[in-house]
Structure formats: C-alpha cells, structure tokens
Design a protein around this ligand. Structure first.
Ligand SMILES: Cc1cc2nc3c(=O)[nH]c(=O)nc-3n(C[C@H](O)[C@H](O)[C@H](O)COP(=O)(O)O)c2cc1C
Ligand code: FES
Length: 633
C-alpha cells in the first residue's frame, strides 16, 4: 500500500470548504438529539431551500461552480447540553440555544442572509440576564480549555476528510514513520499524561512496561465502557471525534509493538458504536489503517466489541474476559495486562480520553501539554457537570481548577429544586461516581487534581461531578451509589458481594428510622472491610461514597439515627406529618383524597392524621389549599 497523502486530502477539503461562506453546525450529540435537534436540522434545510440558496449537507469536491454556498452539518456534543438544541453559525461563532424548528426561517432570513443576530435565541446568563453571542463570550466556554474536546462540535464526526483537514492523523504518521517506539513512550512519559479512566496511572510508564515484553503478538484496548452513572465524557468523545480516538490507539500500538486493537463500547451507546465503526471503515478505505500503515511496514487493525453494559466490565481484567467471550469477571492482579492481557498477550488498555489526548501530545509536544495542570497532574480533564447547577453539560478544564470556578463560573451557580439559581444553596459535590467521594464548602477552593483529591478521600474517577444543593439528603446520596454498586457487583468475591448488600441494608435502616448507634458503627466497620478485602476496584471503592459522606456529614447521619429526623425532610419514613389546627378549615379535601383513609374530621372541623395508618405519600399536602398540612417541606 502506498502512503496516504494527508496533505493532499486536507488541501482538497480546504479548497472545497473555501466556497462555504456560512457554516451552520447543528449539535447532533445525544443530549441535543433528545431535545429535538433532528427536526431543527430538517427545518433549517427546508428554510435554506425555500430561500433559494445553495446548501450542502456534504461538501462537494467536484463542482466547477464558484457560487458561494452554505454548509449545513451535524456535529458531536458541543458540551452545553442543557441549552440544546444548539445551532452554531460560523465563521461568526454565533450560537443559538434551545432552538425550535419554527425558528429556522428566521435564522436563515435574518442571520444567514442579513447577518443579523437574533437576540432572544442567544444564551441568557441566569444571574446577570446578559445575552452572550457565542462560545467566545459565554462564560461556560470561555473559562474552559477544550483541548481534548476541542474539535468535538466543530468537525463532522462522520467525515474523515474533515478530521484530516484539521491536522488529523499527522501525529500517527509521525509516530509510524519518524519516531521509534522508545521515543513515543518517552514523549508520553515527559508529557505527564495519566490515565483518565479513574486510577491515574502514568500512561507512558504503562506503555514502556508493555513495550519491553517479548511477544510476537500484542494488543491495544480502548476502554469505552463508561459505566459510571451520570458520566458521558467518553461517549461524547467517541460520538464527536471518533478519528481522534483511533489515532490515539494507533500511536499506542506503534509504541508497544501491537498490530491489533479493540474498542470496547457499551451497546447502550449506539451512536458511539456507529460512529466508531464508520471511522474504522473510513480509515481502512483511506489507507490510514490496514497493512503497511503510512508505508512504515507496520500494520494495524481495529475492531469494535460491544459490551452489554455491566459496570464491572469497565474493570480491565473483566473487560478482557468479556472480549474473550467469557463472563465479564475480574481476575486478581498480578499478572498485569502489560504482561498477560488479552488472549494471554501483553496488552495496553487505556481510557478513551487518555487515548484522545495522545495525538495532541505527539503533534504539539510534551511541553505544550504539560503547560496545563499541576505538578503531578498534567493537562486537562473532562467532567460531566450535572445536578443542581445552572449550566449542566460536558466541560474540560486544566487540572488545578478549583471547584468554586467549576460550580460558580462555568456552571453558572447552584440551583434550587425548581432550577433557579440560589446564592447560599451549595451543599456538596459528588466526584468520581460510585468510586468517588464528596466535596463540601470547605473544599471549594481546593485545586482539583489526582493527589489533592486522594488526600481528602475522594478521587478524580472518570469525571462525574454531581452538584447538590442544601435540599439534598446525603444519606440518600450514599444509598443511591451503594444501591448501584450492590446491583453491579459481579458476585465473585464475598466481601463485595455480601458486604455491599449489608451496607445497603444498614443504610435502609437509617433512612427508614430503624437504626441505632450500633448500626452506624457497623456500617463504618463493614465499609472498611469491603474496601480492604475486595478483589477488584469495584468492591475496593464501593464504600467510598458512604465513608466520605460519614466523614463530612456525620451530623446528618446522627439526626436520622438519634432524632429519627431527616434534616432535609427527604426521607419519607422520617417525616412527621400533621395538620396545623390554626390553618385547617375542615374543607375535607385531604380526607377525601387520602388513599389509606388516615385522615379523619368532620366538615368545617379541624382534621387529624393517624400516624399509624399514614403512609406519608404526600397527597394531602398536594391537595390542601390552605397550607395546613405540615412536615413535607
Ligand atoms: C469497577 C470498575 C469500572 C471501571 N470502569 C472503567 C470505564 O468505564 N472506563 C475506563 O476507562 N476505565 C474504567 N475502569 C478502570 C480500568 O480498569 C482501567 O484502569 C483503565 O481503563 C485504564 O486506562 P487509563 O490508564 O487510561 O485510565 C474501571 C475500573 C473498575 C474497578
Ligand atoms: S448534545 Fe448538544 S451540547 Fe451536548
């Protein structure tokens, strides 16, 4: 195979693109699609046609026609999911948010034809009420460093030429034709890149360990399992820029001497699966993948393996068992995958985000990368910012950014349960999903990096950041994650299988008012044992959300246990519901609606609730027009 002409492809693409005078990019990430991006796309297409303008969904390379054209295209997630569907108009970078199909004609007639900005479609800052025109001045974007996510939302993920026109595959070409395996590993070591899949192991060191193994056959695996509830960083990267992930895998393969790789993606990510598959096919067709890559004499093939969505299958040994066709259960380590991995061969397994950072490092250099971050945590980290925060979405910030900057500046502030920004509402942030821990007001100014988080009993994890307001019950939060890990425990080892079950039962005792101080002691004790004695990371980290909430919110636990009271009134069984005799006028609405007949009282007389019968369902609270039912809020 002759070497692919990356420059030629980029030139042809750029010359076709130069005829484009407006590029309309509709976000086609999962979030925007769920909010109706497709009808918006179709309406824009129809509006362009109606206006009698030429439009391309795909660039045409052979037109001998100098008329200027509009390019209408989809993109991967642009990160600002809560404001979707997003429509970004280039080159001006005008971003319209929450666009509806009926806005399409206005957008074409006013913005495309007359260059006018439609104010009410711009993002409105929830605190200042100010309108921001686009990514260059919306605080959510301005305060980020989108390196790994950089091209997500800009390139068409299904067009390899666009990726190449943005400098794509140049790093792989360099790695295959100009660098030795040692040089590649050294560059990654010097860059300071650490694994983004949770553990934070230095990537270059892992590659060196695999490189020195003597074996005819080696593998590279891209871990796109992403089982953490609330996390969608890896999915967005695979959907938004699949070629970058492939390029990272190719460089890893060249560094360790592998010629084959697997992308492990959960089948609940159908768009990611589709785009990764298309990227592989297009890379093979273009001659990027296959035999004799870039004329280097090395070959490289990549396959997709769809996982069935078990959290434990993200654990590397379980993941490899799953690819081998076995049940996805973890194995004790050592041996490590570097020595005995997939099909018993030396294997590098890296997270999607880790691999997506690699082409940037090879292209721009290790020192460019480690300009970002802190002493021991270099570069940037993507986070899925969710919960009680104004701007939920996908963000990327340098390590060392404080929680305060993320929550208040990028996130736009904490919201109440109705979604309004409140000033004193912050209670905590759950970081790192079911393996992570809780950060509180005391940690707001802590620079977030691997070491600082480990030091306070939390972890970066894969990047879930769930913001909680003062109305959130921390025991319930701990129970949510414990329920998740208990369900996801594969059952192979006793401490995890039985310990998580016991911890969940103890949390239920606390939430339902059956707990004593002994319950609390046993909960902590079992948590410590599960952490110490479990076989794999699932069990070892399962107690973290419980232990960290105990550490930070002991009083809240004790209120549930000693006073049988939930300070946030979220725990149904601990609610003390009654009817305020001062307010009750005896309208009988509550008694008539109560499904268990717990309310008695004559018409025009004060009513009472029988606590023995009441199930605390809240119907009386909802129907009372006189705010006479108390104890629900
Ligand atoms: C229960 C469990 C689930 C995991 N899930 C993932 C996952 O979804 N994605 C991921 O990259 N790593 C996951 N990991 C970590 C992997 O085992 C492995 O460390 C990682 O893929 C290595 O890549 P990195 O060095 O680039 O972080 C999980 C670990 C455990 C214990
Ligand atoms: S899906 Fe459109 S911004 Fe995330």
């Amino acid at each position: 195979m002759t070497s692919i002409d990356l420059k030629g492809i980029a030139q042809a693409y750029n010359s076709a693109a130069s005829k484009v005078y407006k590029r309309i990019v509709v976000c086609a990430g999962t979030g925007c699609m769920a909010n109706g991006a497709l009808p918006v796309f179709n309406a824009l297409k129809a509006a362009v046609e109606k206006a009698g303008m030429r439009e391309f969904v795909e660039l045409e390379f052979d037109v001998h026609d100098d008329r200027k054209v509009i390019q209408l295209t989809g993109s991967g997630c642009q990160g600002f999911c809560a404001q979707g569907p997003l429509v970004n108009i280039l080159p001006e970078e005008t971003m319209y948010v929450k666009v509806k199909p009926e806005d399409a004609e206005r957008i074409i007639n006013q913005t495309i034809v007359n260059n006018e900005v439609i104010e009410e479609l711009l993002y409105k800052n929830p605190v200042t009420g100010e309108r921001n025109r686009g990514q260059l001045d919306i605080p959510f974007y301005k305060l980020q460093n989108r390196l790994v996510l950089g091209e997500c939302g800009h390139v068409d993920p299904e067009d390899i030429r666009e990726y190449i026109a943005h400098g794509g595959y140049l790093a792989a070409q360099k790695a295959f034709t100009e660098m030795t395996d040692v040089e590649i590993c050294d560059t990654i070591v010097v860059s300071g890149l650490r694994g983004r899949g949770g553990g934070g192991f230095p990537t270059g060191r892992k590659w060196h360990l695999t490189r020195v193994e003597q074996s005819e056959k080696k593998y590279v695996i891209c871990n796109g399992d992403e089982g953490d509830p609330g996390a969608f960083m890896d999915r967005s990267l695979m959907e938004g820029n699949p070629h970058r992930v492939l390029e990272g895998m190719m460089i890893a393969a060249r560094a360790i001497g592998a010629d084959e790789g697997y992308v492990y993606v959960r089948l609940e990510y159908p768009l990611a699966v589709k785009r990764m598959r298309k990227a592989i096919e297009d890379a093979l067709d273009a001659g990027v993948l296959g035999d004799n890559v870039f004329g280097s004499g090395h070959s490289m093939y990549i396959h997709i393996m769809e996982g069935a969505g078990a959290f434990v299958c993200g654990e590397e040994t379980a993941l490899m068992a799953s690819i081998e066709g076995k049940r996805g259960m973890p194995m004790p380590k050592p041996p490590f995958p570097a020595q005995k991995g997939l099909f018993g061969k030396p294997t590098v397994i890296n997270n999607v985000e880790t691999l997506a950072a690699v082409p940037l490092i090879i292209r721009h250099g290790a020192s460019w990368f480690n300009k970002y971050g802190t002493a021991n945590s270099k570069g940037t980290k993507t986070f899925a910012l969710t919960g009680h925060v104004a701007n939920t979405g996908l963000i990327e910030v340098p390590f060392g950014t404080t929680l305060r900057e993320i929550v208040y500046n990028i996130g736009g502030g904490v919201t109440d349960n109705e979604g309004h920004v409140t000033h004193e509402g912050f209670k905590a942030v759950q970081i790192g999903g079911p393996s992570g821990g809780c950060l509180t007001e005391d940690d707001l100014d802590l620079p977030l990096d691997y070491d600082n988080l480990t030091a306070i009993g939390a972890m970066v994890g894969s990047g879930g950041l769930v913001v909680m307001n003062k109305q959130s019950c921390m025991v319930q939060i701990a129970r949510f994650f414990m329920n998740f890990t208990q369900n996801e425990s594969c059952g192979k080892c006793v401490p995890c299988r039985e310990g998580t079950k016991q911890m969940l039962a103890l949390l239920d005792d606390i939430i339902e008012g059956r707990a004593t101080e002994e319950t609390f002691e046993v909960l902590e004790e079992v948590g410590k044992v599960v952490k110490l004695a479990s076989l794999c990371g699932l069990g070892k980290t399962a107690p973290s959300p419980v232990l960290s909430t105990i550490l930070k919110f002991k009083d809240e636990y004790l209120a549930h246990i000693r006073d049988k009271r939930c300070p946030t009134n979220n725990c149904k069984a601990l609610r003390s519901i009654s009817i305020d005799p001062e307010k009750c006028i005896g309208c009988t609405a509550c008694a008539r609606k109560c499904p268990v007949k717990a309310i008695s009282g004559d018409k025009k007389q004060v009513h009472v609730i029988d606590p023995e019968v009441c199930t605390k369902c809240g119907v009386c609270f909802e129907v009372c027009k006189f705010d006479a039912v108390v104890g629900f809020n």
